[in-house]
Design a protein around this ligand. Structure first.
Ligand SMILES: O=P(O)(O)O[C@H]1O[C@H](CO)[C@@H](O)[C@H]1O
Ligand SMILES: O=c1cc[nH]c(=O)[nH]1
Length: 295
């Protein structure tokens, strides 16, 4: 079915692995935990009962193993939505392209992506060291603009936000993609709150931080924090969620982003126990997967 993908499009290494991730199709589970920090992959896999795959290339570190009877892949994406484009396209290729014929498989395999990341709260009432599920990701970067994505976006929220912000003049055109509600249900409890997550292509200016250079938008965080649409408000900022939701959904996969809040941008606090907080979120995530129907 379909034509073969050319050598410059689907790029395989001499050992048959995919170009950046350095993985073979059999190396990945259908349940995939993504983290930004390569060192966090070990922080996840140290809880596995057994590890069958440990591979890496650049910032992409992958461990696949079994935790409480569930086969799980933990992979680092590195920082930013540009890396999400690479990691998620290649993970889909591993699942849904036949590397021998270089053709798209007729029977698709659906992956479940769970991001375990760190983030900064925009709201004073969302404290450092708390956990948050992103019900939607708002991309202030440009990644999804390079894909036909009109059919998957949350048009209502996107329109309301675009009109409210009026940031067209700054070349900022937010895109909004919702989480997978069913997948998120696995991680829902009174231990974790819901929020709407802003994703941007940097940590300083693009998240309203000023060290030495002058920002183009002086009230960036205040303006985002003050937005409301029904019960929806923007709760936190990080650098991957919206892109992950978009690229996963376009491929027919499921995605949910779980955030450990390390900074509170409204109160100026930063966690004094970040390592412990992210470790607690990792353990929480694994226990939820163990109890779930995920295979
Ligand atoms: O902790 P991770 O998963 O890397 O996520 C957050 O931390 C990084 C910035 O410090 C960005 O990647 C941001 O999204
Ligand atoms: O403020 C923060 C904290 C963690 N990660 C981010 O991207 N921003």
């Amino acid at each position: 079915m379909g034509s073969s993908l050319g050598n410059s499009e689907l790029i395989l290494n001499p050992d048959g692995s995919i170009y950046h991730l350095n993985l073979l199709p059999e190396d990945i589970a259908s349940t995939i935990i993504t983290v930004g920090d390569p060192e966090r992959v070990h922080e996840v896999s140290k809880y596995f009962d057994s590890i069958e795959v440990q591979k890496s290339k650049r910032e992409f570190v992958t461990h696949t193993g079994v935790y409480s009877g569930k086969r799980i892949t933990a992979i680092s994406t590195g920082i930013g939505t540009d890396n999400i484009d690479i990691a998620f396209n290649e993970l889909d290729a591993l699942a849904n392209i036949d590397f021998t014929t270089r053709k798209i498989k007729s029977k698709k395999r659906q992956l479940s992506f769970i991001r375990v990341g760190t983030s900064g709260s925009l709201q004073p009432d969302i404290p450092v060291d708390s956990f948050l599920i992103s019900t939607a990701g708002i991309g202030f970067d440009n990644l999804l603009h390079f894909y036909d994505h009109g059919h998957i976006k949350d048009k209502e929220l996107e329109l309301a936000l675009t009109e409210y912000l009026g940031w067209d003049k700054h070349n900022i055109h937010p895109y909004v993609i919702d989480f997978d509600k069913e997948l998120a249900g696995i991680f829902t409890s009174n231990r974790i709150r819901f929020g709407v997550t802003g994703t941007n292509s940097g940590f300083y200016g693009p998240q309203g931080r000023t060290l030495r250079i002058t920002p183009a938008i002086k009230d960036f965080n205040d303006k985002l924090a003050a937005f409301s649409f029904g019960n929806t408000r923007i709760t936190n900022l990080e650098m991957e969620t919206a892109a992950m939701y978009g690229i996963a959904k376009l491929h027919g996969h499921r995605a949910v982003s779980l955030n450990a809040i390390l900074a509170n941008r409204a109160t100026g606090e930063f966690s004094k126990q970040g390592h412990q907080t992210i470790d607690e979120l990792i353990q929480y995530t694994l226990k939820c997967i163990a109890k779930s129907q995920l295979v």
